[in-house]
Each structure stands twice: as C-alpha cells, then as structure tokens.
Design a protein around this ligand. Structure first.
Ligand code: FAD
Length: 458
C-alpha cells in the first residue's frame, strides 16, 4: 500500500485537517509525525509554558489517533533530517503539511521540498489550515500586503472560507516506525501554576462552552478585565488544536454582534500573519521607524525588572503582569495597558517587552506578539503612533470595581472598590492594609512628557 507522511506543526488536531484528509485519500497508510524541532528551540521559542501545553497536545493527538487505529510518531532533531529519515523508513512517496507564515516556517518548507525532491518524493503544502485567508491571498492594488487593518478586513470578509472537514474515522499507520516517548508536562520545570490544559479535546470543550455561553455577549463584555469574558481560545489557535476556519464558520452560524466582533478578532490574527509573511524582518525590527532611541535593558534595568515582576506601583499593570506569570496568559486589554506602559510611559524598547511576553505566554506567537507590540509602540500598523494609554483612566473604565486588581494583587485585597486603583490616596486603616504594596516607580505625567520629547526629536 502507498504511504504518506503527515508532518504536524502548528495544526495539532484531527478535526478540519486538510493535510491528513488529503494524505488518507486512496488506499493509503499514513505516518502522523511530529518533530520536536531543534531549530525552534535554538531560536528561543521553546518557553516552559508552551512546552507544557505542547506536551498535552501531543498526548491528546496520540490518543485521538489510537482511537482511529493509528498512533503519533514523535522524533527530535533537525526537522528536515527527521522527516527524510521517517520517509525512508516508511518508504513513503509523499509528505503533507500545513503552510505557515513565519520566515522560519517558509525556510523549513523550502529545505524540506529540496531534500524530498532530491529523493524523488513530493511535498504537498496545504493553505487555510493555520489561517482562514492565507497570507498574500488578498492584497491591495499597490502592495504585496495590507498595512492597515480596516481595508484588509473589508476584503477578508468577502472571501468564502473553505468547507470544514470532519475528523477521519480511521487512520491506518504502517507498523515498525520508531517513535520517542511522548513528553509529559509533569516532567517540565518553570510552568505557570494556573496554566490551561492543552490538546484538541480540551480545545473542543472550551469551544463548545464558548459558543454556548460566551459568544453572544462578547461584543459588550470583551474589555471587562475582571469579567474574563473573552474566549481564551488563543493557545488552541496557536497550536492549531482548533481550526480558525471552523471557528469562523461556527461563529457566523451563531450570528449577532458577539459573533461579528469575534470573527473580526480572528481576522486580526490573519492580518498580522500577512504582514509578517510579507515583511519577515518586522519580527525583530521596526515595521515603520519613528527614530526612537529607546531606553535599553542596561539603562532602564530597575524599571524593566519592576515591570516584569509586577511591582511598578500601578495596580492594574501589576495585576496584569502577575496574571501573566500565574496563568501564562493575559487579557487583551491588560496586554495593551502593560505594553503601552513599558514602551511609552517607561520608554523602553518594545523588543524587551515582546521577549518577556514570549517567555511566558502560552499563546506566545511571533506574528501576533511582535506585531501587537509594534502596534502599541507606534512602530507598527497602528494609525495613532503617539497615543499613550493612561493606566489609571483605563483601569477605572475596564475594572470599575477594582475586582481584577484584587484578584491578582494580594497586597490590595482588603481595599474595597475602585480605591484599589489608587492606593497612594488611602488613609487610616486602609493605608495600613495596603502598606506592603510599592510606591509608583514613575509619575504618569513625567513619563508622558519624556515620551513626547523623544518622539518630537525623531
Ligand atoms: P478573544 O478576544 O476571544 O479573540 C479570539 C481570537 O482572536 C484570539 O484567540 C486570537 O487568536 C485572535 N485575536 C484577538 N485579538 C487579537 C489581536 N489583537 N491580534 C491578533 N489576534 C487577535 N495573541 C496571541 O495569540 N499571541 C500573542 O503572543 C499575543 N501577544 C500580544 C501582545 C500584545 C502586546 C497585545 C496587545 C496583544 C497580543 N495578542 C497575542 C493578541 C490578543 O491579546 C490575544 O490574542 C487575546 O488576548 C487572546 O485571548 P482570547 O483567546 O480570549 O481572545
């Protein structure tokens, strides 16, 4: 029987998986393969929280395959060498995989294609697996990508996503292909105690709950910090345990303002991917320079440490930074506030913050993270590069009762209501109860003036 290898990368699922479905066409056996890619670790993307989530994903994928008569083959090393080794062992004539946007993924694809073709084998790369609309599929007349979201979204919304595929009933795997033991999160150090569970089964459970009881109110509630009313599907989208195409179809079927707002966020994900695919350098360099001469890791060491550890003396910032460490995740509004605080109020290089986020975020994703950081720093695709978010005004708007702050900052747990946002104003016994909380490391007006001076020099 003919054999295909399916290389799983950022698409760790069985539902709506075009490469697997294509590989199973005809009387074929399939080797489902995941390579713990040395290149990804060397590039610094192997953070503990993501490794733990990945371990869950691989175990769950293996379970799903075994229920269908197959199993997952796991190897470690150079991805191209490992795929070629498995192809040779299984005497496979083709490899199927999903397209991906990053420079690393594209170079992996090119290397793999060359190596396979040299052996007379074929590589099939499938689009619309990790995105809804593939990068480059919609473009403006005058450029290879959209630099502004609104016109991108207009065109994106006119595309008709492909139909959703079911999971295969059976996955026949040839015998005798060696596999490493599956990793387990229990053996990994440095993981956030509140880290979510990974894997397609956990993702589908969360998706069902979200469609049942979150989506309808998303438009009104998504910015409510304490309400925690967003989907929390981001790690599942990052690892591909859920399909973005399926999410869009199911949300559209639900209809209403919540569904519309949610689909728009999925489009943001595609938007950042098409920017990075066209400008891979934007992962590390300003997409649009504002001639910033940022304070560096050396000159702003104390401020950066206070920001990382959540002891800036600005309660909403500290709550968010502590949530990040505790859960490996942070609410979008909190990401906006903490990023603006670092890049603008403290005027520290956005890359310092982006690196810290990638160290902790379970959904840490090159396109979404770097391009959102640049958006906030005013060096990206934003249309208001000099806007600075005031953490106090924002805190009172998006955490009016102070509940988010009390949840994550134990020093302020006894302070009632919105007073938790301004501990320096507390008097009497309240002040005593908040005594362990630090003084603000920066005056907001001073930070704003420094930022404006710096930008006007540019
Ligand atoms: P929901 O509000 O439920 O949105 C649904 C999905 O839409 C998300 O899961 C995500 O895939 C996508 N989405 C939502 N907002 C955005 C956005 N602004 N840009 C791109 N896609 C979006 N998201 C990541 O997935 N990985 C990151 O590394 C990341 N880093 C960020 C860094 C900064 C400084 C900022 C401001 C945002 C970052 N985001 C990142 C985007 C966003 O904050 C998260 O996707 C969102 O908070 C995840 O929570 P959720 O799944 O509940 O989102």
């Amino acid at each position: 029987m003919d054999v295909s290898v399916v290389l799983f990368t950022a698409d760790l699922r069985l539902y709506d998986h075009p490469p697997l479905r294509a590989a199973l066409e005809g009387p074929r056996q399939v080797v489902p393969l995941f390579v713990r890619d040395r290149g990804v670790a060397d590039a610094g993307f192997a953070a503990p929280n993501r490794l733990a989530f990945l371990a869950d994903c691989l175990r769950d994928l293996d379970t799903g395959l075994r229920e269908r008569g197959g199993r997952l083959v796991v190897r470690s090393g150079d991805v191209v060498e490992e795929v070629c080794a498995v192809v040779a062992e299984a005497d496979a004539d083709e490899v199927h995989m999903a397209a991906d946007a990053s420079a690393y993924a594209r170079s992996r694809e090119r290397r793999l294609r060359r190596a396979l073709e040299a052996e007379g084998r074929r590589l099939h790369v499938h689009e619309a697996v990790t995105t809804v609309v593939p990068p480059g599929e919609v473009t403006p007349a005058s450029s290879d990508h959209f630099a502004v979201f609104t016109p991108y979204f207009r065109q994106w919304s006119r595309q008709r996503p492909r139909e959703v595929l079911g999971a295969p009933r059976s996955v026949p795997v040839p015998p005798g292909i060696g596999s490493e033991e599956l990793p387990s999160r229990a053996s990994l150090p440095g993981i956030s105690p509140g880290l979510a569970e990974g894997g397609e089964a956990a993702g589908r459970k969360r998706l069902a709950a979200w469609l049942r009881s979150g989506l309808a109110t998303y438009a009104d509630r998504h910015d409510d910090l304490a309400g925690d009313a967003t989907s929390r599907l981001s790690p599942h989208l990052h690892f591909g345990t859920l399909s973005p195409v399926e999410l869009v179809h199911r949300a559209r079927r639900a209809d209403g303002p919540g569904a519309e707002a949610f689909v728009r966020q999925i489009a943001w994900r595609d938007f950042h991917r098409q920017v990075l695919a066209a400008r891979p350098g934007a992962a590390a360099a300003d997409y649009r320079t504002r001639h910033d001469r940022w304070r560096s890791e050396r000159t702003a060491r104390d401020d950066i440490e206070a920001w990382r550890e959540g002891r800036t003396g600005w309660p909403v910032i500290d709550a968010a930074m502590r949530q990040l460490r505790h859960e490996g995740w942070m609410h979008n509004r909190a990401r906006l506030l903490t990023a603006s605080f670092l890049a603008k109020t403290l005027y520290v290089d956005w890359r310092v913050g982006a690196r810290h986020f990638l160290e902790w975020l379970v959904d840490g994703d090159l396109a979404n993270n770097q391009m959102n950081w640049q958006w906030i720093a005013g060096t990206g695709t934003d249309t208001r590069p000099n806007r600075v978010l005031n953490p106090l005004i924002q805190a009172k708007r998006y955490d009016p009762d102070g509940a988010y702050v009390r949840r994550w900052v134990p020093e302020l747990r006894e302070v009632a209501g919105a007073a938790a946002h301004e501990p320096w104003k507390l008097a009497g016994p309240d002040r005593g109860r908040a005594a362990a909380y630090p003084e603000p490391i920066v005056d907001l007006a001073d930070g704003l003036a420094r930022f404006r001076r710096a930008r006007s020099r540019g």
